[in-house]
Each structure stands twice: as C-alpha cells, then as structure tokens.
Ligand binder design. Structure first.
Ligand SMILES: Nc1nc2c(c(=O)[nH]1)N[C@@H](CNc1ccc(C(=O)N[C@@H](CCC(=O)N[C@@H](CCC(=O)N[C@@H](CCC(=O)O)C(=O)O)C(=O)O)C(=O)O)cc1)CN2
Ligand code: MET
Ligand SMILES: [Zn+2]
Length: 763
C-alpha cells in the first residue's frame, strides 16, 4: 500500500508575484473586479495544478485568499465590525477591513505566531456570528470540477480562531468558542454531504502554553463537530512546536492528528515515546521544514520516518511539510545568480513538495537515498567557517557588553547636548518608496542607470526630504532610506556570509512581500553600509539626523538561517558586524543612532519555558551592537507589530535611550502596559497607523499623546508615527506629519500652561 502524502498550504503569491500585481492593480483602479476575479482564479488553479503534478495526494483547498485567511474566515462568519457595513459590496467590505477607509480605521493586524506573516485580527463584539458562505465547499467544488482534484479543505479550527480574535463585550472565551460550533458544524455537514473525505482544521494554538481546563472545552467542541459529520475525516493540524496536553489531544474524536516533527521535534517525539499513538488514527507527520529553505537531508528524514513507523502503521501515516508553505518562496529553479553550491542546497515550496513525494517513494520501495553533495560541500566550505569571525566573537564576548554610564546619568548629558524641547517629534526612518524610487533602482540594477547617476538620484531624494522635514519642523530627522529595497535585504546584500535571491519572495502582509536573505556562512563586516547617505543628510541640516540600522535580532529573524550552528551564534556574528557600522557612524559625526528591532518579539519561542534563554542572547546581541558608544550618542530603537506587555523587562535591558513602539493599530491598548511598570527611558508611542492610507486628525493624535501622558512623564515621551513611511505616498506623509507636529504642539502648549500654573501656585 502506498504511503500517503499531504500538503498543508501553498504560497498564494505566484512564482512571479502575479497575485500581488493583480491586487495592487485593482486597488489602484487599473483593473476592475471581474478582471481581478479572473486573475485570482487563474493563480489559484495554477497553484493546485502544480501540487497535482508534483504527486501530492491530499492537496489543500481554501488556503488561497485575496488578502489573508483569517480575514476570509471572519467574513465567512459575518464578523464585520459595524464601521465597515456601509463600505459597499462584499469585496469592498473585505478590503476595507484589511486596509481601512477614510471613515473607518482598519482592523488590527498582527503576527501569525512566530512568523513574519501578519493576519487580520477578527473583532468579536456582541453580535451573533452567522455563516454567510461556505468557502471551503466552494473551493472544494472548484478544484474538483476544474482539475479533478479531490481536495482537502483547510480552515482554522474554532479554538484557534477565537483565541486569535479580539473579544469585546461580556461573553467569556468559552462562550465565544461555543457560539461558533454550530457554524463549523454546518460547514462540515455540507462538506460531508458533498462527499469530501478529509478536512484539515488548523489548531496551532494547541502548541502554546494553554490552560489545562481548555482541553475540556476543546474535547467538547470536537465531540460536537464529529457528531455533526461522522463520515468526514477530521484532521486536527498543529504546527510550529510540539503540542501541549498530548494525551488529551490525541484522544480527541478526530481521524487524523497533524504534528510538526521539525519545529516540535523534541516535544512531539518525547510524547510519542511516552504515550505512543492511538492505533485507530492517522498520523500526519510534518517532516519537511516549511519554515526554512535548506534542502532536506534524506538520510536523516528516513531515519525519522522509520522511528515514527514504530508507533503507527504505514497505512496510517502521511508525510507532509511541517506547516503551510506560505512561509517559503515559490521556486528555486528560476534563480539564476546564486552560487551553485548554495542553489543546490536549497528547496523552496515547489522543491519541498518533491522532497515529500520522494521520501514516500524511498520509504516504500526502499529506493536509493540521494546523498546531498551540495550540502556536504557547503558544510566544509571556507565560507561557513571563518577563523577571523570566530576569534572576533570569542574576544567580544569575553565580557558582557553594556554601556559604561547608566541611563539616568547619560540622559542628563544627552539633554544638555541636544537640548530637545518637550515631546520631541521624529519619524521611524523610511519615507515613501515611490515608483520613481523603485524604477530608478531597477534601472540601476539592469545597468540602464550608472552607479554615479543612481547615487545622484538618491542624494536628490535625501535633499528633497530633508527640506520637507525642515518645513515640518520635526526635531530629529532621518535620511529616508531611499537606497534600501528592504531593511533586512539591504544589509543582507552588504554583509559577507549572506546570499540573496532574485525572486525569493514571501508574503508578509496583504500584497506586501519580502525577500529574506539566506544566511549560509559566518557573517562578517566587509564595507560600510549606511554611512554615506546618513552623513550626506547630516550635512544638509542643523537638526540631528538619525543613523539608521536594522538590528541583529531582526536581521536574524527575517532571514533564512543556516541550521548547522545555534541561531544565537549567528546573531552574535551579525551583532559584531553591525557594531563596526555603529562605530563608523559615530566617527562620521552621527550622534543619534537608531537600531531597529521590530522582530525581537517575533523570535520569542512559542513556549514560555524557552523565553529566558532567547531573550538573554537577543538582548546581549543588541548590546553588542550598541553599547560601546559615547555617553552623548543617543541610541534609539524601534519595534512594531508586537505585544510588549510580557517583555517590558527585556526591552528595558536593551538600554536604548529612546524606543519607538507601535501602538495605534492596537487602538492604544499598549499604554496600559506602562501603567504599573516603571519604564524610565525615552519612549515614543506611535500616534498613528502608517499601514492605512487614512490621514489621522490632529485631535485623535493629541488624544493619543495625552493618553500616554497619563502614564508616562512628559520628559520621556516622544511623538512619532507607528512605523516607517515607505508604503505611503508623499501627500499622505506630508499631511499626516503636519497634523502630527501640530498635535504635539497643541499638547505641549496645554502642558506648559498647566506646568506654569503649577509653578505659580507652588511659588
Ligand atoms: N523584511 C521585512 N519584514 C518586515 C518588514 C520589513 O520592512 N521588512 N516590515 C513589516 C512588514 N511590512 C512590510 C512593508 C512593506 C513591504 C514592501 O513594501 N515590500 C515591497 C518589496 C520591497 C522591495 O524589495 N522593493 C524593491 C522593488 C521590487 C520590485 O517589485 N521591483 C519591480 C520593479 C520596481 C517597480 O517598478 O515597482 C520588479 O522587479 O518588477 C525595491 O525597492 O527596489 C513590495 O511588496 O512591493 C514589505 C513588508 C514586518 N516585516
Ligand atoms: C518594520 S520597522 C521599519 C523600520 C525602518 N527604519 C523603517 O522606517 O522603515
Ligand atoms: Zn516598524
């Protein structure tokens, strides 16, 4: 009997990012809705066909989306906040929830577990959810009629769906979950009636530290779902870590359990050994790494599979990637400029499907295990093992990195040096990456624009935006990051030990994609990366210009990282390289340096017991990069898309003089985190959401500032947007920043009046 194989989800974007291009063309009014639907269907079917041709038995359907799969679910359940009800047709409401409109702020967007993918957070208010469409059924029918595929509908399971939503109103969490059960039941009944065999219910929250009492709820819920559609095979799919409460989870009334044997290897394997696996269930074994890009070592994977076959018979085993392939690029084969040794060591989504199929064949037919010659070569390559880097590291780490003067003393020296007014204003770094900027870069890359002409172009942009910042009367300027494609890719291209692709795109949020660098070797500094542009900007103004670097933890977390040494070591190497850039910026007269760490939170392990170890090396890496500067050099850092409540202590240990944090898309809730904590360093709580084209009003921003002043001292508060402005247009940015400066002025005025009143009274 053939060992089954399966896939959990496929990248939506298409090998040439056709998906992104179609969406953006629609938003810009260049194509109409019919054309968009047609193009989306073409991409969807082509993705399915690709999987069919690879030899995948269980092909996921309904993982495809026009923006985000959580948003699809929300709309399917009619969880549409009232502010969007008037946005128009179904599609218009859908995109309004994702992107906001003039009248309505967008739904919150946040990270999907520990990945760089963002989902739209459903807002559960007191309304009753109803099933308005059966999307999985539609997707199943389409795959079947168009391509003859017996698809496996994929949906986020009820526990995870509610867990990842925001709850308003009085209903308890359990009540919310129960509200959805009849809706899920109906979806499943209809699928069963259609003759569907397997349905994948994604419950990645089962790998989190969930309370034991939730297992009762989950058991009850799955009992009901099973009874609703007893003929249907339910696959309870987990990923990104090993599951908690193994014994109870594997006893749930479902036919299949999906476990991640890559990222959850230790935990899942320990549980298998201890509790074994129920003989009446299928084990969907995540064997091929869906989060990283290195080609699998077939020998090691075969050993793992043989081990699993001690617990489950081959007729009840399915081989699959560890998670959806959403998190890796589409195909390696079209890359033309990669070093052959590196290229042959890689597997993206397409290649990973072949790996899955091949493993099944080897296992079944006892076929030949292909030795991974390229990976072996890479392992012994001098690029991987640089004595100079390793010596440097050992020397640097021989003492704990920390600033020589404590913050309270530094702050006084810095205030003397800079003389900032109360509530200083600044931005986060990037200004619009207009099509003009991208076009120029493309022309330069293709040799149509000379090096010199490109440099001149970048300088013009810097001049233009220094001028704009003067007009706006911001307090700390930035150069605008026009020379950067992306804050991580840019550094990846300039450091040694890191390769980059031409087309290795991965979806980050909505239509926005990133091309994560490939860290294959020891990372080393080779040349200055940022000094020229920042120093140039600094000559154009008397205001301080912030030097702008991406921090070591973020470069690590937003890259694909070699898997032969601990991530911690790689992070230190990056930190040591960036440390040299910091020194060079200081030497070039830059006295405010921002080291962005937006991915610090994202790297946090899903299980709390692993947090301390991670935070320890992450903080050390940041300090390695920044702590050697002069007392009067002000270190800024920036974070976005994060929940910081539970890691304020680590943030404080970074010892940055000023931190800017995203707050507005979580509708100001972050401010609460500071209520009972003593955070004494400089802090800018983002006063408006940059991910939406909506221009914020002076009043709402003034309100945000005042709200922050309830818990923070006016001496420590900075005023800034949530994040960089690269995705916005010039008009949007200028209008929003004008209002932001005005809001700061307004509050400053009120505050000074208030303060002088206090002084008068105390005299
Ligand atoms: N790595 C990373 N992760 C992150 C973030 C981040 O900034 N970087 N921020 C958060 C997510 N936010 C994001 C915000 C914007 C974009 C973004 O704008 N991405 C661009 C790609 C950026 C890029 O590399 N641009 C290239 C252009 C690539 C391109 O499309 N070229 C065109 C031609 C250029 C043109 O005419 O537009 C082509 O080749 O056909 C450049 O600047 O040079 C996009 O999707 O469009 C991505 C993520 C969290 N995770
Ligand atoms: C995702 S954080 C972005 C920080 C970067 N300095 C920018 O302004 O774009
Ligand atoms: Zn940011």
């Amino acid at each position: 009997m053939k060992i089954m194989n399966s896939n959990l989800g496929y990248p939506r974007i298409g090998a040439e990012r056709e998906w992104k291009k179609a969406l953006e063309a629609y938003w810009e009014g260049r194509i109409n809705l019919n054309v968009l639907h047609a193009e989306m269907k073409r991409i969807r079917l082509s993705n399915l066909k690709m999987q069919q041709n690879s030899g995948i038995d269980l092909i996921p359907v309904s993982d495809f989306t026009y923006y985000d799969h959580m948003l699809d679910m929300a709309q399917m359940f009619d969880i549409v906040p009232s502010r969007f009800r008037t946005a128009g047709k179904e599609e218009e409401i859908y995109f309004a929830m994702a992107r906001g409109t003039e009248e309505a702020v967008a739904c919150e967007m946040t990270k999907w577990f520990n990945t760089n993918y963002h989902y739209i957070v459903p807002e559960l208010s007191d309304t009753v959810p109803t099933l308005v469409r059966n999307r999985p059924l539609e997707a199943y029918r389409e795959a079947k009629t168009e391509l003859g595929i017996e698809g496996k509908p994929v949906i986020v399971g009820p526990y995870t769906f509610v867990k990842l939503s925001k709850h308003y109103g009085n209903r308890s969490f359990a009540d919310w979950v129960r509200q959805f059960v009849p809706l899920y039941a109906r979806i499943l009944q209809e699928l069963e009636a259609e003759g569907v065999r397997w349905v994948q219910l994604d419950e990645p929250c089962l790998v989190m530290d969930i309370p034991a009492e939730d297992m009762e709820l989950i058991t009850d819920v799955y009992e009901q779902l099973h009874q609703a559609a007893p003929q249907l095979h339910l696959l309870l799919q987990t990923y990104f870590e090993g599951i908690e409460h193994y014994e109870q989870v594997v006893s749930l009334p479902v036919q299949g359990i999906g476990l991640d044997f890559v990222h959850g290897y230790e935990t899942n394997r320990a549980n298998l050994t201890r509790w074994s696996f129920p003989q009446d269930k299928w084990l969907f074994a995540g064997i091929i790494d869906g989060r990283n890009v290195w080609a699998a070592d077939q020998e090691q994977k075969c050993n793992l599979l043989s081990e699993l076959l001690q617990y489950v018979t081959s007729s009840r085993l399915s081989i699959q990637p560890s998670c959806s392939l959403l998190h890796v690029p589409v195909r390696v084969s079209q890359e033309e400029t990669l070093d052959p040794v590196i290229k042959e060591s890689l597997a993206f989504a397409e290649e990973k499907l072949s790996e899955v199929v091949q493993l099944g064949e080897i296992l079944q037919k006892g076929g030949q295990i292909a030795p991974l010659e390229a990976r072996r070569q890479l392992a012994k390559s001098p690029l991987r093992n640089r004595a100079d880097v390793q010596q440097d590291m050992a020397q640097l780490l021989s003492r704990e990195p920390m600033r020589s003067t404590p913050f309270v003393k530094r702050a006084v020296l810095q205030q003397e040096y800079f003389g900032f007014q109360l509530l200083p204003t600044t931005t986060i770094g990037s200004f619009p990456q207009s099509s003009e900027v991208r076009q120029a870069r493309r022309d330069w890359r293709q040799g149509k624009l000379t090096e010199e002409a490109y440099r001149t172009f970048i300088r013009r942009k810097i001049e233009e935006w220094i001028g704009i910042q003067e007009q706006l009367q911001l307090d700390v300027f930035v150069h605008g990051e026009f020379e950067r494609t992306d804050m991580v890719e840019f550094f990846g291209e300039k450091l040694d030990g890191i390769a980059f692709t031409q087309n290795g795109w991965v979806q980050s949020y909505g239509s926005r994609c990133v091309k994560p660098p490939l860290i294959y070797g020891d990372v080393a500094f080779v040349k200055l990366m940022t000094v020229e542009e920042v120093a140039f900007a600094n000559t154009l103004t008397d205001k301080p210009v912030k030097g702008m670097l991406t921090g070591p933890v973020t470069i690590l977390n937003w890259s694909f990282v070699r898997d032969d040494i601990p991530r911690e070591q790689v992070c230190y190497q990056i930190a040591a390289a960036l440390r040299r850039e910091v020194t060079a910026l200081e030497e070039a007269g830059i006295d405010v340096i921002q080291v962005d760490e937006p991915a610090l939170r994202e790297g946090l392990p899903l299980k709390r017991k692993r947090w301390t170890a991670y935070l320890d090396w992450a903080v050390r890496s940041f300090l390695l990069t920044t702590s050697h500067v002069k007392d009067t050099t002000q270190i800024h850092t920036h974070m976005c898309y994060s929940e910081f409540h539970d890691m304020i202590d680590a943030i404080s240990q970074l010892d940055a003089d000023v931190i800017s944090i995203e707050t507005s898309r979580s509708h100001g809730e972050l401010i609460q985190a500071f209520e009972d904590r003593i955070y004494d360093k400089g802090i800018g709580l983002g006063v408006y959401d940059i991910h939406s084209p909506r221009i914020p009003t002076v009043t709402e921003m003034a309100h945000m500032i005042e709200r922050a002043l309830r818990v923070l001292s006016p001496r420590q508060l900075w005023v800034n947007p949530d994040c960089g402005l690269k995705t916005r247009s010039k008009e949007e940015v200028v209008a929003a920043l004008e209002s932001m400066v005005e809001a700061a002025c307004l509050v400053r005025g009120r505050f000074l009046k208030h303060e002088s009143l206090v002084e008068e009274r105390s005299e």
